[in-house]
Design a protein around this ligand. Sequence first.
Ligand SMILES: Nc1nc2c(ncn2[C@@H]2O[C@H](COP(=O)(O)OP(=O)(O)OP(=O)(O)O)[C@@H](O)[C@H]2O)c(=O)[nH]1
Ligand SMILES: [Mg+2]
Length: 197
Amino acid sequence: MTLINYDTKKINCKVVYFGPAKSGKTSNLKYVSDRTPVEKQGGLIVLADNADRTTYFDFLPLFLGKIRSFETRLHLYALPGNIVFDTTRLLIMKGVDGVVFVADARKERLDENVESLETMRHALRDYGYDTDTLPMVIQYNFAGADTAMPIKALSKALNPDGRPEFAADVVTGQGVIPTLKTISHQVLSALAPRKAG
Ligand SMILES: Nc1nc2c(ncn2[C@@H]2O[C@H](COP(=O)(O)OP(=O)(O)OP(=O)(O)O)[C@@H](O)[C@H]2O)c(=O)[nH]1
Ligand SMILES: [Mg+2]
């Protein structure tokens, strides 16, 4: 749920990066943080164990500037993979305005992608979201790996609804910014009618 404060003229939107373990969710946020001027972000907070696995979540606030006189922020979160049945961590999904599903394009990870997507859909439905209309982008990370599946096959398995989708490689940065731009645009467009009212 977007937080709009009419007194302070601030809007906070929440976007969660979700996906199976080690699919590149934290790396997406790191890439964005590294390429965003310091005055346009609040700094990346990474909560990880010593094997670089996200423990609770990562957090990156981006300052988008003023939209119709409202100071607008996009709060990016990355959740850990493997959180099936983990209700504490899934709590982060409460109040989301949009989700990025970060899949791992390698064929040996297909089952984990499918399972993670299902976990995400369940969590969203539990919080009362209509998963058909919630802003959503699908990212196929590890697209440059030897065992990466063709995008067409990934799309058929993971994106039957035809959501915007991007092949990505967070090491080179391929697809990272287009993913962010697309989800931001979707989230801000969904906001527009409410702002006008
Ligand atoms: N070659 C290659 N390596 C990648 C790619 N994406 C992520 N990695 C590497 O995979 C490892 C895991 O990436 P993370 O960003 O930590 O993955 P995560 O999804 O946050 O992992 P969890 O928080 O444990 O679920 C890191 O060493 C990354 O550098 C990619 O597209 N290509
Ligand atoms: Mg992580």
